[in-house]
Design a protein around this ligand. Structure first.
Ligand code: KIV
Length: 263
């Protein structure tokens, strides 16, 4: 059965922990969907992980549309969350709705955007237009130029600001909020204070759900990775070994074999 925003609300009520993973292509999305991952985020981390940029900032609305559509084509039950890239929702709430609607038209079931009180007006207008919105607070990569080198957010008094941002997003209608790179105690505090679920990435075990970037989880991202990353596979090594074996087979005349030939 397709995952809906009502499911997330029920998981929060029942204190059932859940996961979200990023996905950028149809094949991977299908594998994750069949593995039972309930939420697939077509994050603007596609900028770093697919397009080779250093940050998410160059990602365009067209990029987000292309990859969201690909993921949506691979999915049966998972909720597909399309990311609104930098510059696609800041200018006005009306522009945010227009761009969010474009993501929904290509298959997103919900959209995500960064920022708290500053994004609340856009969130309200989108939710009133029938578009479920996921918020994103803490270290928000689209603000990398403004943040400088300090990655962990919400230490000290900044924690109260983040809590106020989270409450504003909830009040504006967000159905869930991603919390990135904040102290674990603050992750738990915000989670307790909210009726909507939090999804942590480097925000401690107190969040309702956890999200990881798929290339981090699979061990494709090179070192150094952030402290919160846990690798569940070593695909860098697997791919390198497969390529080396193919090269050797060809060099030694073992590939193509009789079973790989047409007659
Ligand atoms: O773009 C992304 O992948 C994200 C996750 C890190 C939450 O925003």
């Amino acid at each position: 059965m397709p995952v809906t925003v009502a499911d997330l609300a029920a998981w929060k009520r029942r204190r059932e922990r859940f996961v979200m993973l990023t996905a950028y292509d149809a094949l991977t999305a299908r594998v994750l969907d069949e593995a039972g991952v309930p939420l697939l985020l077509v994050g603007d981390s596609l900028g770093n992980n697919v397009l080779g940029y250093d940050t998410t900032i160059p990602v365009t609305m067209e990029d987000s549309l292309t990859f969201t559509a690909a993921v949506a084509r691979g999915v049966g039950n998972a909720m597909v969350v399309g990311d609104l890239p930098f510059g696609s929702y800041q200018a006005s709430a009306a522009e945010a709705v227009r761009n969010a609607a474009r993501l929904v038209k290509v298959g997103a079931n919900a959209v995500k955007l960064e920022g708290g009180r500053r994004s609340a007006k856009a969130v309200r207008k989108m939710t009133r237009s029938g578009i479920p919105v996921m918020g994103h607070l803490g270290f928000t990569p689209q603000s990398a130029n403004a943040f400088g080198r300090r990655v962990v957010r919400g230490r000290g008094e900044e924690g109260d600001e983040l809590l106020a941002d989270a409450l504003a997003l909830q009040e504006a209608g967000s159905f869930a909020i991603v919390l990135e790179a904040i102290p674990a105690e603050l992750g738990a505090r915000i989670t307790e204070a909210l009726e909507v679920p939090t999804i942590g990435i480097g925000a401690g075990p107190g969040c309702d759900g956890q999200v990881l970037v798929i290339t981090d989880l699979l061990g494709l991202t090179p070192d150094p990775t952030p402290r919160f990353v846990k690798r569940y596979a070593d695909l860098r090594a697997t791919i390198a070994e497969a390529a080396a074996r193919f090269t050797k087979d060809v060099a030694e005349g073992h590939y193509p074999g009789p079973e790989h030939q047409y007659h």
